[in-house]
Design a protein around this ligand. Structure first.
Ligand SMILES: [Ca+2]
Ligand SMILES: [Ca+2]
Length: 378
């Protein structure tokens, strides 16, 4: 029995703490806006390892060389498009090293997840009807399979409660992302969503991969650069064009779709980062394997030196919802906007209760050299 799972259908929105951004203010011309000095001070250059890949990259993956880098984010408030959130959990910026690995170039797509389900018969958490014995006292009418779905409001609302724009939708799952009336028709290349943490782990194991650690994810997303605000540089809109699928317009009333997409976009619609990774900023959030604690970076600093291959805290804890078990999520989604939350910024952190999916959370996988050799370089 799980209170967390209880929340899955009673209070699903609590779990979706990770809504994110899209800045509407026009950015300066490309190449004219160095990062504010307050954002660069704690960052030191990224030193990528020179080790080469153990072989040719598996289909759909790219080699991330690993190396030493500065992880985290300075307070983005006050910087252009920085948004209202201090992002305290992303500090202090600290030095981390990670070993090399292969990483999926894109978020896992519906087509890829369907192949996994067809091969294994796997049933995701959102597809499972909650059992009455697991939720004593719950009204029978609440024991219905489903998941959380973003719902635009009819007019402007205070942004102090995500309950205003999230609803629990009976019958929502990865095959029906917005509910029973929705489908995957024509969406094979869209990122799979409505995926709880274990649903992502199950796919990764089947594929001979695993989820990235939070440090691996950020090292890869930064693409060898240091201290930049976004995976694509320091301008939200380089050259006046959006570089990721985020949210424009008035949140949460209407997404104007200025970046070309309302809701999720097919993968590979925006330029990749220097390592060849698409959509590390925006589109859908991506699960990472670390438990979430807002003070984990402080713990890393206390141990001194460079934190090597960190795997996160031993136990989860979110003071905002202390009874929830949360893992990290990174990169923001199509719902991110500087009106509410700018966690498409590459050094910022997200979190999600492990049994809860939504229509803006997905994942991508990594493959270690050991896994690669174990699978014959598949
Ligand atoms: Ca968009
Ligand atoms: Ca993403």
């Amino acid at each position: 029995m799980s209170w967390n799972l209880n929340l899955r259908w009673f209070l699903p929105v609590f779990l979706v703490v990770v809504l994110l951004v899209g800045c509407e203010r026009p950015g300066p011309a490309a190449g004219t806006a160095p990062a504010p000095s307050t954002l660069t001070t704690p960052f030191q250059p990224t030193v990528a390892y020179t080790n080469s890949a153990p072989g040719g990259a598996p289909a759909g993956m790219v080699w991330i060389p690993g190396g030493e880098f500065s992880m985290g984010s300075e307070d983005p408030r006050g910087s252009l498009c920085g948004g209202p959130d201090a992002m305290r959990d992303a500090r202090p910026v600290h030095r981390v090293s990670v070993d090399g690995f292969f990483m999926d170039a894109t978020e896992v797509t519906n087509g890829e997840y369907e192949r996994f389900v067809k091969a294994t018969g796997y049933v995701t958490i959102a597809e499972q009807t909650p059992r009455a014995e697991d939720f004593p006292g719950a009204p029978p009418e609440n024991l219905v399979a489903g998941s959380t779905v973003f719902t635009p409001t009819e007019g402007p609302v205070p942004l102090d409660s995500h309950f205003r724009w999230w609803r629990y939708q009976n019958g929502a799952n990865w095959r029906h992302p917005e509910g029973p009336e929705s489908s995957l028709q024509g969406r094979e290349k869209f990122p799979v969503v409505q995926i709880a943490y274990d649903d992502a782990v199950a796919y990764a194991k089947w594929a001979g991969k695993r989820l990235p650690t939070e440090a691996e994810w950020e090292f890869a997303a930064r693409g060898g650069r240091a201290g930049e605000l976004y995976a694509w540089g320091n301008d939200l809109k380089p050259g006046g064009k959006f570089a990721a699928n985020i949210f424009e317009g008035e949140f949460p009333v209407k997404d104007s779709g200025e970046d070309g997409f309302v809701g999720t976009a097919p993968v590979r619609q925006f330029a990749p980062n220097p390592y060849g990774l698409f959509d590390v900023g925006g589109n859908v959030w991506e699960w990472v394997s670390d438990w979430y604690r807002p003070d984990y970076y402080q713990q890393c600093v206390l141990t001194g030196g460079v934190t090597r291959n960190p795997t996160g805290p031993v136990t989860p804890f979110d003071p905002a919802e202390p009874n929830e078990k949360k893992r990290g999520q990174r990169g923001g989604s199509f719902l991110c906007t500087d009106q509410y939350c700018t966690r498409y910024m590459v050094g910022t952190r997200g979190k999600g209760e492990v049994t809860t999916g939504s229509d803006h959370v997905g994942f991508r996988c990594v493959m270690t050299p050991e896994q690669y050799r174990g699978h014959g370089g598949r």
